[in-house]
Design a protein around this ligand. Structure first.
Ligand code: HEM
Length: 403
């Protein structure tokens, strides 16, 4: 993975990492970034995703919802991360609109992440190092993919530098925010690592969460009903004559049941199903377990979300209500050390709120207009790369909403 991310801002050591995380954490929480994220999600949802689903509804054609959501996620994160539009979702049926440079970047990015993870799957650990030395097979393909990704990121950084020299720090995307706090002329490699770190973190995470969510929902009309009732109640609170399309961030914040339904789905199907950390120095965990320098420490969010001792007898049941306060129906998050889908502690996901804005917008936008059906007999096979995906995708049919 390190070859792919390079030193990675989030892989830096000790003090340097703490400082970088502080800057990033501040930027992720600025109002201007929140507004920018809201705008990007709104454009991609109402300009591309919903029109594409409506076209599928009109033609009756089945489509792979996982693929569609991954394209949506990639377009979206590229805009948020560096204000670039790779156009992986077609606009008005025009598939040729996808930018060719961006498409080869998207393919290379996907290949690089799968091939990097593949290094952990060898029967002889470390065998990939031999292949890397000889530059053969998967290691040769990985080197080529990484070169494509780096070349693309370098072009983005170069053009942003030129824009900034010309127009000043005008933009609100993450790369621009980083360049403005670190200096636009700082060396290319750390900035390239910023771009790849953000893409890696944001590319498949929300699409994985949404794919499993829509599959679960397809067999739970009761949950779908409650989501639609909540959306209708939020709309009803709008001032008369306010016909704005979609929901803004404040309205999404009022949707406690939608929040619970998505969270409950991630408990059972966490987008990052396992994770591991490398100890740079001897350490002791809070429960007294000693960890030696050079050890890997892993945790399995998928297994933790299914432990009876943590969640109770109904652990395998999809029950959004477990996240709601029975008194007022408000979402109650609980400890991040219990629900670890976003990790917990100092390395917790920086973009959790941003991810929820994106996911809740999609859920509300789709369910307000459409019915999404999955064949009852369909049993998705899990495929864990960096994220938990469905091996054969999620074939769905879409219809205009009936009720
Ligand atoms: C449902 C969606 C998401 C889930 C479940 C999720 C989960 C996670 C997890 C488990 C980590 C810890 C990884 C590790 O330490 O190895 C993480 C870190 C991170 N995530 Fe997310 N993530 C999501 C969406 C996003 C999005 C959309 C972004 C946008 C860029 C993002 C940005 C980050 C960043 C920058 C980190 C690194 C934090 C650090 O190491 O200090 N995530 N995320």
């Amino acid at each position: 993975m390190h070859d792919f991310l390079g030193g990675g801002i989030f892989n830096a050591d000790g003090e340097a990492w703490r400082e970088q995380r502080k800057v990033a954490s501040h930027e992720f929480n600025t109002r201007s970034l929140r507004d920018f994220v809201e705008r990007c999600v709104h454009d991609e949802l109402h300009g591309r995703l919903l029109p594409l689903l409506r076209r599928a509804a009109a033609s009756g054609a089945s489509l792979d919802l996982q693929d569609v959501l991954e394209r949506f996620g990639f377009d979206n994160i590229c805009r948020v991360a560096f204000d670039h539009d790779p156009r992986q979702l077609p606009v008005d049926n025009d598939c040729t609109a996808a930018n060719a440079d961006s498409s080869s970047f998207a393919d290379a990015f996907r290949d690089a992440s799968y091939l990097s993870v593949g290094r952990f799957r060898y029967a002889i650990p470390g065998f990939w190092k031999v292949k890397k030395e000889l530059n053969v097979g998967s290691e040769r393909r990985l080197r080529e993919s990484v070169a494509t990704v780096h070349g693309f990121a370098d072009r983005i950084i170069q053009s942003r530098r030129e824009e900034m020299r010309r127009d000043g720090f005008e933009k609100h995307d993450l790369l621009s925010l980083f360049m403005s706090s670190h200096g636009a002329e700082s060396s290319k490699e750390p900035l390239r690592d910023v771009v790849t770190s953000f893409l890696l973190a944001g590319r498949e995470s929300t699409s994985s969460a949404l794919t499993w969510f829509f599959w679960l929902l397809s067999s739970r009309p009761d949950v779908q009903r409650r989501i639609r009732d909540e959306m209708a109640a939020v709309r009803a609170r709008r001032p008369r004559g306010d016909l704005a399309v979609g929901f803004d961030v404040d309205e999404l914040g009022e949707m406690h049941y939608v929040h619970a339904a998505i969270t409950e789905s991630m408990r059972l199907y966490p987008p990052v199903p396992w994770n591991s950390m490398y100890a740079q120095a001897d350490d002791v965990l809070p429960d007294g377990t000693a960890v030696k320098a050079g050890w890997f420490v892993g945790y399995n969010s998928y297994a933790m979300g299914r432990m009876e001792s943590v969640w109770g007898d109904d652990v395998l049941e999809y029950r959004p209500e477990r996240w709601l306060n029975p008194a007022d129906g408000a979402f109650q998050p609980g400890s991040p050390f219990r629900f670890v889908a976003f990790h917990a502690g100092p390395r917790m996901c920086l973009a959790k709120e941003m991810a929820y804005i994106q996911m809740k917008s999609v859920v509300a936008g789709v369910l307000e207009a459409l019915d999404v059906a999955v064949d009852d007999a369909y049993r998705p096979q899990q495929f864990a790369s960096l994220t938990l995906r469905m091996a054969g995708g999620l074939p769905v049919t879409v219809k205009p909403r009936r009720d």
